[in-house]
Write a protein that binds this ligand. Sequence first.
Ligand SMILES: [Zn+2]
Ligand SMILES: [Zn+2]
Length: 336
Amino acid sequence: MLSALATAAGEPLKLTEREVPEPGQGEVLVKITACGICYTDLDVLQGHWPIARFPVVPGHEITGVVTATGPGVSWPQAGTAVGAQFLGDSCRHCEYCARGDQILCRDKRITGIVMDGGYAEYAVLKADFVTPLPGGLDPVAAAPLMCAGLTAFNSLRQAGITATSRVAVIGAGGVGALAVRYAVAMGARVAVIGRSDRGEAAARELGAERFIATRDTDPAEALRAWDGGANLILNAAPSTSAAAATLTGLAPDGMLVLCGYGPEPLTLPTQPMALNRLHAMINPSGSPHDLRDTLAFSVAHGILPEVTPVGLRDANVVLDAMAGGHAGKRSVITFG
Ligand SMILES: [Zn+2]
Ligand SMILES: [Zn+2]
């Protein structure tokens, strides 16, 4: 099978022919249909993940079909269409695993970082950590739902979104666009924060009632003028400081959630936080049950990202474009 290997930090992907792996105890072999290219993949290749095991096949936005099962697997059977995500395995017995919060397990294992992922024609995955794809879901367009969609959906949910929430989303590109659509579909009111008003028409098309251009306006002030502030601010921009600058735009008891952040630490003013009981959170993707809910909600509300299908041989070019900050729509590797 053709696969792309991350061999060391700072090295481009290396295309190699390898034997199709055999599923072991509790594992399934999945013939991959599509794998989205996530910014975390770029982070791994750039050496920002000290836990990364090199060589490793990157990729954790996987859709495919089970073709073989290892010993002890009663589900999923061969022929089942499944998705696989960032969380690839966990200890299965700690208090977090026991309550279905496997993403919080201290011994969790990450697909495409310490276990081989989806930049290959086949992958061996843990049967308990794949998720059935709902019928009618396009497996190519749906690939980014396994990480970008899950992270956006679950961040809103973990932050306690309700139908009366005012939600501000910073950066309405990939993850941000999905967050806007999920928040609107959950009944919330949504504002989008962008750099210039170039993104305004697109934000309104997604369902935002307000657009705030930070070039012209202080975003925190503009949010306070929005019926007293946002209950939830979701940062989808790759900048920690852009998120911190909006904190005082939260309504009392409001929460700042970072889906995007840069290498710089998060610095927040403590007095406004104390006076108004403000919260800040980074939500790491989600557990298997969160992905089931993300997919079911996406199908029910017709929410799918716009993607550009690419070949495995194009992955280095796409990753270079992402590193240079000029990637367009989410690229998804497809296998014919
Ligand atoms: Zn555990
Ligand atoms: Zn990801």
